[in-house]
Design a protein around this ligand. Structure first.
Ligand code: NAD
Ligand code: USQ
Length: 419
């Protein structure tokens, strides 16, 4: 393995963050795991939950130490709290930070005005605070930031890795690739990307912006060690991605909810490949002042492809699956050209897993194991639609201060209820 580094993982209580913290710790890096537990409070707020029961961060890090002898330092901290963030950065002086700590659901960001505001304030302010902390405290630190393939939208031209060379009126320049995203959440990622690019140009920040596709699977070498080390699995209409939802719908005998025509095409990758991509990025840092962009996915599928794959895999297991096309709650192209480059991480040595080989082991087996925990209400069509511009049932708080105090109450509840 490469030299041991001091790495802070922000968003370490999340689906990707917890396996990431363990993966880096196993590789011999000194890992600080940071999260404000917002995701658990958003679950309490909306009545959603992980299909896989998840342990508290305290239990996770102590179980990890007991089983491996390795220490992960756990800190509860909000990236939007600049003073506490600066103190943390000064205390640990990281060589690299991996920034996964954002609100990551497109439907959540479209529920109401307040949800859009909370998403953009949380994500853009948190990322900006981190850029300032790096600049003022650890200017050589490598920022590894999780962006999204959805930042690009679905243009009718090939998607490049971050930059495109354009000829216009006889002149030529290489510029950030144009972005026409799918939601207020994805728009927050575009703003992050712009702020990171600016910090690299002006301050010389060393950054890699990883435009990641949809991640699936819950099993890594480390999550498999003990139930307390497992990561979350979402299946409801706000947090569950289409593939997770299809596997759960099929398991409980509901038709798969393909939104609209189902030609919506996205990039996908196995969570083990997410671990590998971020590790390769950490091991191969950019130069000072370089803002690298990698498209982080391994395969492209349309939603129809995913539904057909779930149905054919289950058929081989002797199980029936019904596919339905339902009215699309989102505003998005349902039939479109999609061809996104993704060679940079392959060139660094990524060896992908492929969904058709692993669908049973990565998703279906987990769903079968925990299907008694499924509340079918959460599989139904979402109450959130892109066109409404605000849902009165959800929109119960009038301003951001009320949201914040409600969030504090929820966090106190979580602190007292997690095991
Ligand atoms: P997740 O919601 O499971 O985890 C995110 C974590 O960040 C949560 O534990 C949350 O509490 C924490 N967090 C949020 N705001 C914070 C703040 N202000 N301060 C500290 N912690 C905060 O999400 P995930 O699926 O693990 O995604 C991680 C990152 O990867 C996100 O940035 C997401 O946008 C990006 N991403 C995810 C996917 C995917 O398919 N899961 C795909 C592309 C990109
Ligand atoms: N969809 C269905 N049926 C469903 C749920 C979704 O057809 O029951 C469709 C949606 O309309 C959309 C597509 O599936 O066209 C993808 O939606 P998704 O919910 O699976 O994923 P998405 O909203 O794109 O978001 C997820 C993660 C997000 C990440 C993004 C990567 O939640 O954090 O940024 O994937 S990407 O898609 O590349 O932008």
């Amino acid at each position: 393995m490469s030299e041991s580094k001091k790495v802070i993982v922000f968003g370490a209580d999340g689906y990707i963050g917890w396996p990431m913290a363990m993966h880096l710790s196993r590789l011999g890096h000194q890992v600080v795991a940071v999260d404000n537990l917002a995701r658990r409070s958003w679950d309490l707020e909306g009545g959603t939950y992980s299909l896989i029961p998840i342990a508290s961060m305290e239990t996770r890090v102590s179980r990890w130490k007991e089983l491996t002898g390795r220490e992960i330092v756990w800190r509860k901290l909000d990236l939007c709290d600049a003073g506490s963030l600066d103190a943390l950065m000064s205390e640990f002086l990281p060589d690299a930070v991996i920034h996964l700590g954002e609100q990551r659901s497109a439907p959540f960001s479209m529920i109401s005005r307040d949800h859009a505001v909370r998403t953009q304030v949380n994500n853009i302010v948190g990322n900006l605070n981190l850029l300032f902390a790096i600049h003022s405290i650890v200017p050589e630190c490598h920022l590894i930031k999780l962006g999204s393939m959805g930042e690009y939208g679905a243009p009718n031209i090939d998607i490049e890795e971050g930059y495109i060379t354009i000829e216009h009126n006889g002149r030529s320049d290489t510029l950030p690739f144009p972005k026409v995203p799918h939601s207020f959440y994805h728009l927050s990622k575009v703003a992050d990307s712009q702020n990171i690019h600016f910090a690299s140009r002006v301050w010389g920040t060393r950054a890699t912006d990883l435009n990641q596709g949809v991640v699936y699977g819950v099993h890594t070498e480390d999550t498999a060690l003990h139930p307390d080390l497992m990561t979350r699995f979402d299946f409801d209409s706000i947090w569950g991605t289409a593939l997770n939802r299809f596997c759960v719908q099929a398991a409980v005998g509901q038709p798969l909810t393909v939104y609209g025509k189902g030609g919506q095409t996205r990039g996908y990758l196995d969570i083990r490949d997410t671990m590998a991509c971020i590790t390769l990025t950490l091991d191969n840092p950019p130069e000072i002042g370089e803002c690298r962009v990698f498209n982080q996915f391994t395969e492209q599928f349309s939603i129809n492809d995913l539904a057909a794959l779930v149905a054919s895999t289950r058929k081989r297991m002797g199980l029936q699956t019904e596919i339905s096309h339902v009215a699309n709650p989102r505003v998005e192209a349902e039939e479109h050209y999609y061809n996104a480059k993704h060679t940079a991480l392959l060139d660094l040595g990524l060896q992908p897993h492929y969904l058709s080989d692993t669908l049973v082991s990565s998703v279906i087996s987990t769903v079968e194991r925990f299907k008694d925990r499924v509340d079918p209400i959460l599989l139904q069509m979402p109450s959130v639609t892109w066109r409404s511009g605000g849902n009165e049932i959800w929109d119960k708080y009038a301003n951001i201060d009320e949201f914040k105090s409600a969030g504090d109450d929820l966090l106190r509840l979580i602190d007292s209820s997690t095991r």
